[in-house]
Design a protein around this ligand. Sequence first.
Ligand code: WT7
Length: 662
Amino acid sequence: MVTESVSKPGTEAGGQHLKSSLRENRVFPPPAEFSARAHVRSLGDYEAMYRRSVEEPDAFWAEAADSLDWMERWTRVLDWDGSRAQWYVGGKLNLCANAVDRHALGSRASKVALLWEGEPGEQRSLTYQELHTEVQRFSNGLKSLGVRKGDRVSIYMGMCPELAIALLSCARIGAVHSVVFGGFAAQALADRTNDAQCKVLITQDSSFRRGQPVPLKAIADEALTRCACVENVVVFRRSGTPVPMQDGRDHWWHDVVERAERECAPEPMDAEDPLFILYTSGTTGKPKGLVHTTGGYGVGTLLTTRYNFDLHETDVYFCTADIGWITGHSYVVYGPLLNGATVMLYEGAPNWPETDRFWRMIDTHKVTIFYTAPTAIRAFMKWGTDCVRKHSLSSLRLLGTVGEPINPEAWMWYHREIGHERCPIVDTWWQTETGMHMIAPVPGAVPTKPGSATRPFFGVVPEIVTKQGEPVPAGCGGLLVIRRPWPAMARTIFGDHERYVKTYWSEIPGSYFTGDGARVDEDGYFWLMGRVDDVLNVSGHRLGTMEIESALVAHTSVAEAAVVGRPDEMKGEGVIAFVSLADEREPSPALKDELKKWVAKEIGALARPDDIRFTPALPKTRSGKIMRRLLRELAATGEVKGDTTTLEDFSVVASLKEKDEE
Ligand code: WT7
C-alpha cells in the first residue's frame, strides 16, 4: 500500500541519494575497446533492439527462448489475464539440464563451472563435468529420502559449491527449493520452512564468517523443534565441527551421495512448474514467499546475464551476493550457469583476514566481471585505497552494482579505484519479485551516469506515474511501475495469490507496482529514489518495519513498537525503533541492549536496531495509525516540522523531542 507521498526529501536514503543525483550530470560513454567486442556495440543498436522487443514482444521473447534447450516446444509465448501470467505455454524443459548437462556433455565439459574459496583460504574448483556428476548423485540422494516432484526443500547453508549443487539437484528432480539466508535466526528459518511446508531441510555443520564458525546445524536444530513438516535433514560436513545427529532424521550429505546411483535423468518440467520459493519482506509482518517458475525465469536470467554483463566464453564471473538472496539465485547460480560461465563463490567476509580479500581473489583467479552492492563499495572506500592499490585488478573488464541507489561518490570511487576508468559500471535495478534485471545499462552500448540505473532491459516497459496512475511530467518524481509482464516475474505468493494480486497488480490497475519511487531525465534515464512503502533497505537487504515491530512486541518488556529507517552513510538506511514499555518497566541502557540483541536473535543480525528510543506512547492519528512520517523525520533530524494536527496525543511528540535533546 502506498502510505506516504512519493518524495520524502531528506528523510531516508533514497531521498538523500536523490539530492546528490540531481546535481549529477557526468556522462561516461562505453569505452571503445569494450564496445568493439561487446554483444551490443552502440546506442543505436540497443535502441533498435529495444524498440523491436517492445513492438513485437512475442517475436522477441520467442527468439530469446531458443537460448534454452526444450524437451517439448511451447505453443504460445504468453497468456496474461491481469493477475496470472503463463510464459511459454505448454513448453517442457529442465533448468538443471540447461545449466549443467548441456555444457558438461558439450564443449564445456572440462571448463570450470564453480571456483570456490573458503574463508580460511581453501580453494576448490569443479568443472562442468564434475558438477554434472555431483548434481546427479545428490539428486538421487534426495530421491532416496522421498523427495518427489513438487515437494518443497528448505536450504540453510553457507556459500560453498554444495549449496549450488543443492539448488540444481532440486531443479533436476522437480523439487521446489526454498533457500533461507544463513544469517537468519532460528525463528525466521522455522517460519519460512513451515510456510512452504518443506519435507526436507539441507544444512551444514557450520560455515565461517570473520574467522568464527557460524553454527548452522545448531540453529537449524532449534528451528526444527518448531517444524513438524520436516521429515529428513541432510547435513553437509564443511568445517568438521562436531554436531549432534538425530537418528532417523539427520543424514550426512556424504553418506547420502555414497549410497546413491550415479545417473539421474532430469525431470521434464512444465514451463510454469515452480522452480523455487524465496521469502522477502513486505509491508506486513509476514514475509512473502515469492514463487518463481521454470521457463520464463530461465529465459530472463540467461538473457540478462548475457547482455547486461556482456558475458563471453572466457569470462571469470564473481558476484559477491549470498545465494540466500535473489541476487545469488539469479546471478550466482542460474543466469551464469545457464550461460556456461565460470562462477566464483566466496564463503566469508570481505575483510577477512584483511580488507583486501576481494582484490586478492580477483588477482588470483583473474576475475573479469565483478558484481557487488553500494554498501560494500562504501565500506571499501572507508578501508582506504592502500589495500586496493597493492593489487593489479588488470583482469577486470566490467563492474556491476545492485541493491540500492548508488551514490555518485561511491560510483566514481568504484570507477576509478577498482575499474581503473576502463570498466563500464552496470547499475542493475530489479527486485526479488522481478527475478531478473529490469533497468540497467547494456554496457557496450548505453553511456552511464553515476547514480542512474539508466535504461530498461529489452522487453521491459517501466513508467513513472502518480498514485492515481497518471503519467507524471518529464523529470518529476513518481511511482515506478512496469507496464506489462516479463518472463522472470514472480507468478504468485506461495499460498496467498490474493495478496500477490493486491500487492503488485492492484495499486496501479493494469501495471506492476514496484514499491519504488523514481524519475526519468531528459535522456530517458531512470533515477531510483528508494522505497515508497514501509520497507527498509539496510545494506541492500530488504526488511519490513512490521517484522521488526512484531519481534519487539514479542519481548515481555515491550508494550508497543514502531520501526522506521534513518539515513545511514554506510548502510543506506539504519533501523530505529521507538518503543513504549509495558507497565512498571523502566527504560535503561541495559534494556536497550537487551532489545537489540532480542531482535537479532528473533530475526537475524541484519535486523538489529541501530538505536532504540523509549517513549511513553507512540504518536498516532485519530484512526489509530502510527505516524511513521513523523517518526522518520524525528529519527533523521531530531525534530518534527511536519503537520501534527492529526496527533492523538500532542505531548508524545514533545516528549520524543525532549528525549532527543538529552
Ligand atoms: C529493492 C529490491 C534485486 C536484488 C537486490 C535487492 C532496491 C535494488 C537497486 C538499484 C536502486 C535498488 C529497490 C528495490 N534496489 N537494486 N540498482 N538501484 N535501488 O532485492 O531485496 O528484492 O529489494 O531494492 O528499492 O525495490 P530485494
